[in-house]
Design a protein. Structure first.
Lengths: 305, 305
């Protein structure tokens, strides 16, 4: 068990370092970062000043190690635009995005798991077909278009929900649905497949033979095992949603990390962009590590693997 | 075909008793409603995209300001004209023509990005699955690292730094979405590697590239085609999202995502402006997904009835 965990941890740290290297090298994508920062009207002298000021004159390895060392200590640099430490701004915005992601995940699970279970109990029934149709339609709908359509109907035509901002719970309803519906098909399919497998198992037949109530067998005995792969899928999808929330946050003007990313692009604020990508990637790495742990804990067979 | 030749008649009688593999496949393909529907719609959209220069009623870039914002023909308005069946946008450009030309952009970007990711993903996957050991460790590490990078954020950041163009969008997406190809190829290759025909190819001294290309690849093609449809749809949805955020295809090009983005400001007055390109995206993605689901049903062993 300890060996397995240590190996996983080692891989996670290595992946994090590689990601940091990739994020760092983003500033060299445009060629010379000093020229890019100086703007079009800059003289050669200005460019040299900027190069020295930001430390671009040092060897790249030194720059990376310096950047990494600061990042590990929580110093992600200064925003070019806000003149504030990047880390402060990011951690101010992060909770909003987390909240949005969590709401979206809850929405997806609450919709997908019961549908998946019902579809598994009666394969090829009306409800199975309905679930399949929802899945197929859900996967074909671009989230930004779905979001705009909701804004139009619930926000403008029926005036049920506020369309921008992040002040009250009502602001989070549409964004959560827009962000979460996209993962319902995956969760539903996995739940359905898992349930269909488990329902064939001997222990379920035993439980039924014992005369337990069908509902108890279904929700307590079967679902508990069928849900294991869904847990790790949900963790991974949560990570994806944090990265993908930029589109939804810009539509609903939700003051989270995604909106910050979009603003930073408009302002050509590279240190901020770098830090956002890094933070979300690290968060994803931590999430997958935790879901590995969770899996090992839920399924003892994995521990020896 | 008229059966006059006696030898053919014998052949036909034999086939009634035992259908050939090709016949079984054809029967399964044409018996699958989703697959047939998806394929038909996709072919229709490809045809429309290819023929756009000839069937589009107007030049998609032609601005006629005195004819701006004409609603589509099914609207009850004095401005409605059959000269612009789907109306005109805020610059007076014919919406139908822009939609038809937009199909070219979606399909081209989606297909090219899918092709790039196919090459990268299958190379990594086949190497990892065939050689195993150290090579597998390195390849798996690369896959894990790629998965921890948030696709939308990285794509947006890179595009904003490098500058946007069709080529840049294609390459950025292609370099980001190969993970599924790699994961599926790796797993499928590992399965194939244990099979006797690979061992016999090794025994008669076939070179490794030959084994990989003509023994392994043809046998895992089924799963790869399914992944290809998924990634084709994925690339199209990402292009639309990037263009929607203003970081993909640049004006005045008629990309569907960009059309939705340009109409965003007017959506409260003329909601059809976002409904039409959105519906086009939805139909295209639905067709590709149905085709992919159908191919999976038809080619997977469980789908063989």
């Amino acid at each position: 068990m300890t060996g397995y965990l240590l190996r996983r941890l080692g891989v996670a740290v290595l992946v994090a370092l590689t990601v940091s290297l990739l994020t760092f090298s983003m500033i060299y994508l445009s060629g010379d970062p000093a020229v890019a920062l100086a703007g079009e009207a800059a003289t050669q002298e200005d460019i040299e000043k900027i190069r020295v000021y930001y430390g671009f004159d040092r060897p790249i390895v030194v720059q990376y190690l310096d950047w990494l060392w600061r990042a590990v200590q929580g110093d992600l640099g200064q925003s070019n635009y806000l003149r504030e430490p990047v880390a402060n701004v990011i951690f101010e915005r992060l909770p909003t995005t987390m909240l949005l992601g969590a709401c979206a995940l809850v929405f997806a699970l609450v919709l997908a798991i019961p549908l998946g279970v019902l579809a598994a109990i009666r394969p090829n029934s009306l409800i199975d077909r309905l679930a399949l149709t929802i899945a197929v339609i859900g996967q074909a709908m671009p989230s930004f278009w779905f979001a705009l359509t909701m804004v139009l109907w619930f926000g403008i035509t029926w005036r049920l929900l506020p369309i921008t901002g992040s002040d009250s719970w009502a602001n989070f309803v549409m964004p959560s649905i827009a962000l979460g519906y996209y993962i319902t098909p995956v969760v539903m399919r996995l739940t359905r497949a898992g349930m269909m497998d488990v329902l064939q198992a001997d222990y379920i037949r035993t439980a039924r033979a014992k005369g337990l109530r069908p509902a108890t067998v279904l929700w307590k005995h079967a679902l508990r095992n069928a849900i294991i792969p869904v847990v790790s899928l949900a963790a991974v999808q949560f990570g994806f949603m944090l990265g993908g929330s930029i589109v939804i946050e810009t539509i609903f003007a939700i003051n989270g990390l995604g909106y910050l990313a979009w603003e930073s692009i408009q302002r050509a604020d590279l240190p901020m962009m770098q830090a956002i990508v890094l933070v979300i990637a690290i968060f994803y790495i931590v999430l997958t590590f935790v879901s590995d742990l969770l899996n090992a804990w839920l399924d003892p067979r994995l521990r020896t693997a | 075909m008229a059966v006059t030749d006696p030898s053919l008649r014998v052949d036909a009688a034999a086939r009634v008793l035992e259908p050939s593999p090709g016949q079984i496949l054809r029967r399964r393909v044409f018996g699958h409603a989703g697959l047939v529907f998806g394929l038909a719609v996709l072919i229709a959209i490809i045809a429309v995209a290819l023929l756009a220069p000839w069937i589009a009623p107007h030049d998609p870039y032609d601005q006629v300001l005195e004819r701006k914002l004409i609603p589509p023909v099914w609207f009850d308005s004095a401005k409605v004209t059959w000269e612009h069946p789907l109306g005109t946008d805020h610059f007076g450009r014919d919406y139908l023509s822009r939609l038809l030309w937009g199909a070219r952009i979606s399909l081209m970007i989606g297909f090219s990005a899918m092709l790039i990711s196919f090459v990268i993903g299958t190379t990594i996957g086949v190497l990892a699955g065939y050689f195993g050991g150290r090579i597998d460790m390195v390849c798996s590490f690369i896959i894990t690292t790629r998965l921890s990078l948030p696709v939308v954020l990285v794509a947006i950041a890179v595009v904003s730094i490098v500058g946007s163009s069709l080529t840049v969008v294609i390459w950025v997406l292609g370099l980001l979405i190969w993970d599924q190809f790699a994961v599926v190829t790796r797993a499928a290759t590992m399965q194939m590697r244990k099979r006797d025909f690979v061992a016999s190819a090794e025994a008669i001294g076939c070179s490794t590239p030959r084994i990989l290309l003509s023994e392994i690849m043809p046998n895992i093609a089924n799963s790869l085609i399914v992944v290809a449809t998924i990634e084709f749809a994925h690339a199209i949805i990402l292009e639309a999202a990037l263009s929607f955020l203003g970081l993909g295809v640049q004006p005045p090009e008629p990309s569907w995502g960009l059309m939705i983005s340009e109409a965003k400001g007017l959506m409260f007055f003329d909601s059809w402006l976002i409904a039409i390109p959105g519906a086009a995206l939805f139909v295209l993605l639905l067709a590709i997904n149905l085709l992919g689901d159908g191919l999976r049903d038809v080619t997977s062993p469980e789908g063989r009835a």
